[in-house]
Design a protein around this ligand. Structure first.
Ligand SMILES: Cc1ncc(COP(=O)(O)O)c(C=O)c1O
Length: 359
């Protein structure tokens, strides 16, 4: 569903008659500090790559990823963003019915629908801070052949321990668990939470490069899974689906590089500080509810009588774009999601929200 995502900076810039760069985009969950130092120069120095076809199957990037995460190379596949993989998985898995732990990213549902697979949501509750109680979910698993879990979850920011997911997936060896770890690099240390290590055979892990490195326009993501599934996915892949610059970016970003490691550490530190500062100030608004998040975005329940569409519209007039969560199954027009940006931008958004919501 091409229109099922967050705010559109291009449409807003056009309607306000301003350049896209003038919009403070707090609707998109990408690293405010990115891209990492040196990447732009590196890509500019490699522009001549676009004069030839990229590697047909992204083989060198797959090897680089496998080496970086210490995973056998036959368990890794590259895609045109994790999006390509999300939309191909139901076909490769021959999914008939998927259970999606929600509220969450809509593309799991849309990927199933595009492949004529049914899907149903199992919704966590606001009263539990959207923490999943998987025991309560287990009885619903019988008719399902695939389960989707986003960890940490978009848009709630909830993070589940890797061992909880390992135990759950081992208990249901005949079902495939698709665990989307696109936002896990924002959590320290991700190895402690990731299912890429000690991965049960029936677990597929998705890993986006778009978020932590702020390269969503390059379109590159990976999946880690059983070799037989990787082979099946390959048989459905389009040739050259990852472009030359994206492949070159992988070589730069995943080679041993202290500068990149420092950049990721700085990101985590900065986002934690900003989250603390912004949530401290926003908590002063009567009736507001802020949900704890492991990532650089967080969910907000608006105080009565405010509704998301009007709040987003008023912020947009001030050139601030946040995510209206009304179209997430399991949420409503009472919720918005804010992705942290730089200190100055966060302050501007906080001040605007205080003015809007304190009335
Ligand atoms: C949870 C989640 N997974 C996957 C994606 C897709 O990212 P990409 O295709 O850029 O890797 C997104 C994008 O917003 C997302 O929020």
């Amino acid at each position: 569903m091409i229109r099922g995502h967050g705010g559109n900076i291009y449409a807003l810039a056009e309607s306000l008659g301003c350049p896209v760069d003038a919009i403070i985009d707090m609707s998109s969950n990408v690293n405010p500090l990115g891209p990492p130092p040196g990447l732009m120069d590196h890509l500019q120095n490699h522009m001549n790559l676009i004069r030839a076809l990229p590697e047909v199957d992204a083989d060198a990037a797959v090897r680089r990823f496998a080496e970086h995460f210490d995973i056998p190379v036959n368990q890794v596949l590259a895609g045109n963003g994790t999006t390509q993989l999300i939309y191909a998985l139901p076909r490769a898995l021959e999914t008939r019915l998927a259970l999606i732990v929600g509220p969450t990213y809509a593309d799991y549902h849309d990927g199933c629908r595009q492949n004529q697979a049914d899907s149903a949501y199992w919704l966590t509750r606001e009263g539990d801070d959207f923490q999943p109680d998987f025991k309560a979910m287990e009885s619903l698993l019988t008719p399902c052949d695939a389960v989707y879990i986003c960890n940490p979850n978009n848009p709630t920011g909830v993070l589940v321990e890797g061992d909880v997911l390992r135990r759950l997936s081992r208990k249901f060896p005949n079902k495939t668990f698709v665990v989307d770890e696109s936002y896990l690099p924002f959590v320290a240390p991700p190895e402690q939470w990731s299912l890429m290590t000690k991965r049960p055979d029936n677990v597929v892990v998705l890993h986006s490069m778009s978020k932590i490195f702020r390269i969503p326009g390059l379109r590159i993501g990976f999946m880690v899974g059983d070799p037989a599934l990787i082979e099946r996915m390959q048989s459905f892949s389009l040739p050259w689906s990852v472009n030359s610059l994206a492949l070159e970016a992988v070589q730069y970003l995943l080679a041993p590089n202290e500068g990149i490691d420092r950049f990721v550490d700085d990101t985590r530190r900065m986002l934690n500080d900003e989250k603390e500062a912004m949530t401290r100030r926003l908590s002063g608004i009567p009736g507001i509810r802020l949900f704890p998040s492991a990532t650089g975005f967080f969910l907000v329940r608006l105080p009565d009588p405010h509704r998301s569409q009007e709040v987003c519209r008023q912020l947009a007039q001030k050139k601030i774009l946040v995510r209206d969560c009304a179209n997430f199954t399991g949420l409503s027009d009472r919720f918005i999601r804010i992705s942290l940006q730089t200190r100055a931008m966060n302050k501007k958004c906080t001040t605007a929200l205080e003015a809007l919501l304190s009335t």
